[in-house]
Design a protein around this ligand. Structure first.
Ligand code: NAD
Length: 376
């Protein structure tokens, strides 16, 4: 046998060549980007070969849902406005009744991760194609991942049919996103890219995408805080959200996402704000084990060598809460959180031990400025 075919590639090369061993799988989605693109919705439904769409939104975005139903005309078969955070299975069951009664052949999600989550849950049960029209920066629209909640526990799964086939990024639809939601949603997106930079299965494409996503959001979120109707900043933030969401869909996440899933699913903490608060602490926790990723985050944020401090200061500059306590986390639940994080723990660049995890959670609970020297 040829020597090159004898043994695993990672073992057979050394130095820089060993760092260049990776697997890259690209997701297949059609992306429409730009102001006014939601007007293309009916054409996209027809391009999928569909004629009977179910539109889903949250109750708060009923106006948007009704406008899209009007744009679709006789391509709209039904409308469901009951989507809610963390995709409870009971809500999906109610939407399934509507879907079955209306002979639906495609799904349209308009809104943030909650609307997209419901559409994905319906797609996972039916295999129907989806079009997503995201209006936050959460990034769910470009991932084949579904998180669902049942009985106070959040479980996640990946499957090709969960990935929306078409995504329409229309910046006009983000102008109404309140400044505080814009800020937390954008930091949620940044968290995807930060963890992509130190993911176990990181690769050069995902890392390029991650750095540019962090750069785009790092600047634009501060501009949006000053003027939420700044169309250029909104377009830049939406571009960053697409990139960061793409990272989430491409490589595996680590400790940060595991902690946030536990906190969201178990204590119903607000999803994006939880990500915003926890991220600086996890980055500091991983600093020594993931120095290349830290350098990438620092480059992207133009922040100096300790980007966790920049992320923590961004919370303050964006007027967001800086502690889990401020989000309503019960003081006596740090232990149970640590236990749940360690159950089926995600891979992390630095091994996660209970005592250091408890110190990390305690610091995030109190909101003290993070540092890798906090003896996490
Ligand atoms: P969200 O979808 O719950 O939206 C928050 C609120 O803002 C809702 O009331 C919504 O109606 C409103 N809103 C959204 N866009 C608006 C706009 N442009 N103008 C005015 N109001 C607007 O919040 P989110 O942070 O986007 O999503 C959170 C959910 O998404 C969680 O359930 C989370 O688990 C999930 N998520 C999943 C993935 C994935 O890949 N599976 C990725 C990220 C988030």
């Amino acid at each position: 046998m040829h020597a090159a075919l004898n043994g695993s590639p990672a073992k057979s090369c050394k130095g820089k060549a060993a760092m260049r061993v990776f697997t890259y799988t690209s997701a297949h989605a059609r992306i429409l980007f730009g102001a006014g693109r939601a007007a293309d919705l009916a054409d996209e439904v027809r391009l999928l070969g569909c004629r009977r769409a179910l539109v889903v939104t949250t109750p708060e975005q009923r106006d948007l849902g009704e406008s899209l139903v009007a744009v679709l005309g006789n391509l709209a078969a039904a409308y469901f406005d009951g989507a809610t955070m963390h995709t409870p299975v009971e809500v999906t069951d109610r939407a399934m009744d509507k879907l079955r009664n209306s002979d639906v052949d495609c799904l349209i999600a308009a809104g943030g991760g909650s609307a997209v989550g419901l559409s994905k849950a319906l797609a996972a049960r039916t295999g129907l194609p989806q079009i997503a029209i995201p209006t936050t920066y959460a990034g769910s629209e470009v991932t084949p991942i579904l998180g669902e909640t049942q009985g106070g526990r959040k479980t996640t799964r990946r499957a090709p049919e969960i990935l929306p086939r078409v995504v329409i990024y229309d910046v006009d639809l983000t102008l109404s996103l309140p400044a505080s939601l814009s800020a937390s949603s954008g930091l949620n997106a940044i968290a995807h890219a930060v963890e992509a930079l130190y993911a176990k299965d990181r690769n050069p494409i995902a890392s390029l995408i991650a750095e540019d996503g962090i750069r785009a959001l790092g600047g634009s979120l501060l501009e949006i805080a000053k003027n939420p109707r700044d169309l250029d900043a909104r377009a830049e933030a939406q571009y960053g959200a697409w990139l960061c969401g793409t990272c989430l869909g491409t490589v595996g996440m680590a400790l940060h996402h595991k902690i946030c899933h536990v906190l969201g699913g178990t204590f119903d903490l607000p999803h994006a704000l939880t990500h915003s608060v926890v991220l600086p602490y996890v980055l500091a926790y991983n600093a020594h084990a993931a120095s290349g990723a830290v350098a990438g985050v620092a480059r992207a944020l133009s922040s100096g060598p300790e980007p966790w401090q920049h992320l923590y200061q961004m919370l303050e500059r964006l007027g967001l809460p800086t502690s889990l306590r401020a989000l309503g986390m019960p003081a006596d639940k740090l232990d149970v959180t640590a236990d749940l994080v360690l159950q089926q723990a995600y891979w992390n660049p630095r091994p996660v031990e209970r005592e250091s995890l408890l110190r990390l959670l305690g610091a995030a609970y109190e909101g003290v400025p993070p540092s890798p020297d906090m003896s996490f």
